[in-house]
Ligand binder design. Structure first.
Ligand code: BT5
Length: 264
């Protein structure tokens, strides 16, 4: 990573402080340290590699040095802007921004596997981790962590994967420059954050949803939470499933995993 060049390009966007590192434990953990130290809104933490990258539920996210994007974006929502009930919208922010960039700029068939993954050709290219800290009933800050497999060799060995994965370069069949990708993603994150509560955000999310109309199963570590035909995203970012009897149920993101049901 050419730190001065990356800083120069990112300085053109309306972001806060830009913190770039060759290696960190986890950009989300560094983000929390920066918040405690008083970093400004929309600050960005980026690392070339992570030694303890975090996935959801204590899982690990692997960032191969120099081959991936690992970023954490710091938001301080104005009091009352985000309620606990609308927090699901924030989990869609990263996937919507990235999937839109992959479709519109790179011509890739990118889909969002609700709640937090971006797939290309049905394989995972990116994961999003949202860490929220509370101040009573208000949200104090949000760290939006995004990890993207960019170059060939960024995908970890298959034995540690819980879902098939691919890099963007393998999917695109051409070189993808991480800095260009990052700038596009930050532009879309800024755009969609300002429109988070508008119907167009849900429409964009819904329009890029993977497995629409297909039968899926939602699980937590306690077992199966729901199963049915995937109908779409509701107004608050929940997933709507329709059972065989036609009953609609909405699921909030929380700790859920989604899988396609094999009906063959
Ligand atoms: C996620 O978790 O997909 C969220 C990943 C968020 C990573 C970013 S990087 C920047 C920021 N800083 C952090 O420390 N984290 C965020 P989850 O859905 O729980 O998926 C984790 C699982 O994906 C692991 O248990 C592995 O099976 C698999 N995995 C690990 N590394 C992967 C990779 N590079 N590509 C695809 N799958 C991976």
């Amino acid at each position: 990573m050419d730190i001065p060049l990356w800083k120069e390009r990112l300085a053109k966007l309306p972001l806060g402080d830009i913190h770039l590192y060759p290696e960190v434990d986890s950009t989300n953990l560094v983000a929390v340290e920066k918040i405690k130290a008083g970093t400004s809104p929309f600050s960005l933490i980026i690392a070339d590699s992570q030694t303890e990258g975090k996935g959801r539920l204590g899982r690990t996210w692997i960032t191969q040095a120099g081959k991936a994007l690992a970023l954490s974006w710091i938001l301080y929502p104005e009091p009352g802007r985000l309620q606990p009930e609308t927090l699901g919208m924030v989990s869609g922010l990263g996937p919507v921004a990235l999937a839109e960039v992959l479709r519109e700029i790179y011509g890739l068939k990118a889909d969002i596997k609700w709640p937090n993954d971006v797939l290309v050709e049905g394989k995972k290219v990116a994961g999003v981790l949202v860490d929220v800290r509370w101040d009573g009933c208000d949200i104090a800050d949000v760290v939006l962590g995004i990890g993207v497999n960019v170059a060939k060799g960024s995908v970890p060995q298959s034995d540690i994967l819980n879902f098939p994965a691919i890099s963007l370069e393998e999917a695109a069949g051409k070189e993808i420059l991480r800095l260009d990708l990052l700038v596009h993603v930050m532009e879309r994150l800024l755009k969609w954050y300002s429109r988070l509560m508008e119907p167009s955000f849900i429409q964009a999310w819904d329009g890029m949803l993977a497995f629409k109309g297909q039968r899926v199963r939602l699980t937590t570590d306690k077992g199966v939470k729901g199963e049915g035909r995937l109908a779409g995203i509701s107004d608050d970012g929940s997933l709507i499933l329709i059972s065989e009897t036609g009953q609609e149920t909405e699921f909030h993101s929380g700790e859920i995993q989604l899988r396609l049901v094999d009906i063959s």
